[in-house]
Write a protein that binds this ligand. Structure first.
Ligand code: ADP
Ligand code: SF4
Length: 673
């Protein structure tokens, strides 16, 4: 280990328990919830194995009136929940880490679509999600009952073996709704003055400590700023006052910014490493108890600086621990160059928002620890067969690396001088520089493998490939943006002669204003290109049949930030229109609702970002000529980098293995598959 990093491996006392080091995996969603505890246990166990001193669960509901369906959450509603939760705690303990459980009540945030119980809140107000529900104001008997639910859940958590039990007043959830004037207009002892608004939180901490504090630490997770200005809780105002009022009552402060999760787990496009520091740095000056916070920390030097400058006592991490569960072990073993750094793309957040299990761009094993038995640092050896991989984008690099780690003799051929494929283009877009880590980490790891050879500037023909004499051929030849305007919503192919695609822009095509970017793909590309071209001084109009800019980025918690940035950049936003023709500098569009033709838009350059098609010509000509032939990544299915890497990793893992049925956790009466 680099002696400068030794401070990260000091034990830290948290109330009655002691964390073996300062690496603290803060609670984060997995998409597994109460339905899939075995998958949760395997995932958390890998984190502990990778050296995280504290490993927490995701949000764990204390009562059926806090139901987040269809998103996945854990439950401690009754005794039947104790055994599955214990299996998670056991998996964490097996590697010497402390197990934390984030007890949760969503209040007005909960959907209760599954349980169909009334939604509860400090005051009568529209439920925050799943309108048109109105949350019911809690009366004093509701508050008494609620305190009992927290206490009972804490006792169950203790019986399940957890070491750290949370009181959770972050992210707009119920205890936070009591704290904020915006959501608490009560006139009784739980509303009005700050002391009254803090009352419930104080009672929860005291009663949780009373219930389990003899053996368990009680952590308080709180948003110190809800980013609503002076109307709400702010780090300079009531946030600081609340921390001062409760200073040493909890055993640990886990602090962040709210209100929505998107502010806390902001993508790299909109925030840098350690971006919450300005909000949370005051906390350590107000409490004597240990403090943890997050900030997408992947650099050991920056982590050390956080500790030495007294910003926090732990290095809190959700996404960095997803991208690299073995981050602490790599620092401990002096292998910091091998850290698979989170790129801040928020594909992990998208999984949660879409209601599916966790996935990660950088770490294809994430979420597959139980279902497929994948491990982020181990892969089964294979005979030293010769394999040729064509293409060095995310998929080709991943295939070469994983096959190389299995011991095959790998040749990686690609057309360009620089490996990276689409990464080399996309990481030049505004805010996406961190995406280059996908390439850089793989190139670093490939350089350590003597059995992998890179062949740059090698355009491969079918004859080249067939004559290469490899035992296995893997094509990762990528995709190109389509020119016919076919997209997610507009399925009619059209002739847009002279129009450009993102590929043309990256290749340096000349742009004459006014520029129209037509987005019928809805992820980052059209929005980011609009931002870049506007930044270069072009007159840019963004047109889409959707009602939002970059609509799919709702799932990555980025959409509001994207739209704000486009507005600030002076990009004209035109929604709900299909582009149907481009003639003599005039762009014809139809209303996406009525189908009526609308007045044309001036357009000197049309950029079509509507979808991609696979570059699979090489594959088609090789079918039948090469015995062991596969395609992976975008040339199989144009999609996200995460999907490209996953498909390449799956191929590499499963080469030579007997195909297995997809393992699912089944209800008890059917047994586990
Ligand atoms: P993915 O996202 O699936 O990894 P990319 O589009 O990022 O795909 O990368 C495709 C890669 O395939 C690039 O390195 C490109 O140069 C390479 N490629 C495509 N066709 C050939 C070919 N015939 N010979 C060599 N390399 C090729
Ligand atoms: Fe980081 Fe992206 Fe992986 Fe999430 S999906 S952990 S943001 S690399």
């Amino acid at each position: 280990m680099d002696p400068a990093h030794a401070i990260l491996f000091e034990p830290v006392k948290i109330g009655p328990v002691t964390a073996p080091n300062r690496f603290y995996q803060t609670p984060h969603a997995t998409g597994f919830g109460w339905q899939r505890p075995q998958a949760s246990a395997a995932l958390r166990g890998v984190k502990a194995e990778g050296g995280w001193g504290v490993v927490c669960t995701e949000y764990c509901s204390i009562h059926p009136s806090s139901d987040d369906s269809p998103s996945a959450y854990l439950t401690l509603w009754g005794e039947e929940d104790v055994a599955p939760l214990a299996s998670i705690a056991d998996a964490i303990h097996a590697h010497g880490a402390l197990a934390g459980v984030e007890l949760w009540h969503g209040g007005a945030h909960a959907s209760n679509r599954l349980t169909r119980l009334p939604t509860l809140a400090p005051q009568t107000q529209p439920a925050l999600y799943h309108l048109p529900t109105a949350a019911r104001a809690m009366d004093l008997s509701d508050i008494r009952a609620f305190r009992g639910w927290q206490r009972d859940a804490a006792l169950r958590a203790k019986r399940a073996g957890f070491d750290i039990v949370y009181v959770y007043a972050g992210h707009d959830y119920l205890p936070f709704q009591f704290l904020s004037r915006r959501t608490n207009q009560r006139s009784d002892a739980y509303g009005g003055t700050l002391e009254n608004r803090v009352r419930l939180l104080r009672e929860m901490i005291e009663e949780t400590k009373d219930a389990v504090g003899d053996t368990c630490a009680v952590a308080l997770r709180m948003a110190v700023d809800e980013l609503h200005g002076p109307d709400g809780v702010t780090a300079e105002g009531e946030g600081r006052d609340i921390v001062a009022m409760l200073a040493d009552l909890p055993d640990l402060w886990d602090v962040n910014v709210a209100g929505a999760l998107g502010n806390d787990s902001k993508s790299a496009r909109f925030s840098g490493e350690g971006y919450q520091e300005d909000y949370i740095r005051f906390v350590k000056g107000v409490t004597g108890k240990p403090v943890v916070s997050v900030g997408r920390f992947t650099s050991p030097d920056r982590m050390v600086s956080q500790i030495k400058r007294g910003v926090q006592d732990f290095i809190g991490a959700a996404r960095p621990s997803i991208a690299d569960p073995f981050l602490p072990a790599k620092i401990r073993e002096g292998r910091a160059d091998e850290i698979r750094e989170c790129i801040g793309c928020n594909i992990c957040r998208a999984a949660n928002n879409e209601g599916v299990s966790l996935r990660c761009t950088q770490n294809p094993t994430m979420g597959e620890e139980w279902r497929k038995g994948w491990h982020p640092e181990r892969i089964a050896p294979h005979a030293p067969d010769k394999v040729l991989v064509v293409g060095a984008g995310p998929a080709g690099l991943e295939a070469a690396l994983s096959l190389g780690q299995r011991g095959l003799e790998v040749s990686l051929a690609f057309a360009e001088r620089q490996a990276g494929g689409r990464i080399n283009r996309e990481s030049t877009l505004p805010g996406l520089a961190t995406w280059a880590r996908v390439r850089d980490w793989r190139l670093t790891m490939l350089a350590k493998l003597p059995n992998v050879t890179l062949y740059p500037e090698s355009v491969m023909t079918a004859d080249d490939v067939a004559g290469f004499g490899a035992d296995h051929v893997v094509l990762a030849t990528g995709s190109v943006w389509r020119r016919d305007g076919v997209g997610v919503l507009g399925m009619t192919p059209r002739d847009f002669a002279g129009a450009l695609t993102p590929d043309d822009i990256f290749a340096g095509a000349k742009v004459n204003g006014p520029v129209v970017i037509y987005d019928d793909e809805h992820y980052f590309m059209a929005g980011a290109l609009a931002e870049r071209l506007a930044g270069q001084g072009h007159d840019v109009t963004y047109v889409t049949p959707q009602n939002l800019a970059s609509a799919w980025t709702v799932y990555t918690d980025e959409q509001g930030f994207v739209q704000a940035r486009l507005i600030e950049a002076g990009v004209k936003l035109v929604f709900s229109r299909y582009v149907t023709a481009w003639v003599d500098g005039a762009l014809q569009t139809d209303c996406a609702y009525t189908g009526r033709t609308l007045p044309p838009l001036p357009c000197g350059t049309l950029v079509l970002a509507t979808g991609r098609v696979p570059v699979d010509g090489l594959y088609q000509t090789l079918v039948g000529r090469v015995a062991s032939l596969a395609r992976v990544g975008d040339c199989l299915m144009p999609s996200s980098m995460a999907d490209a890497i996953y498909s390449a990793h799956s191929y590499a893992r499963e080469l030579g293995e007997t195909p297995q049925p997809l393992r699912r956790e089944m209800p008890p009466h059917r047994g586990a598959l």
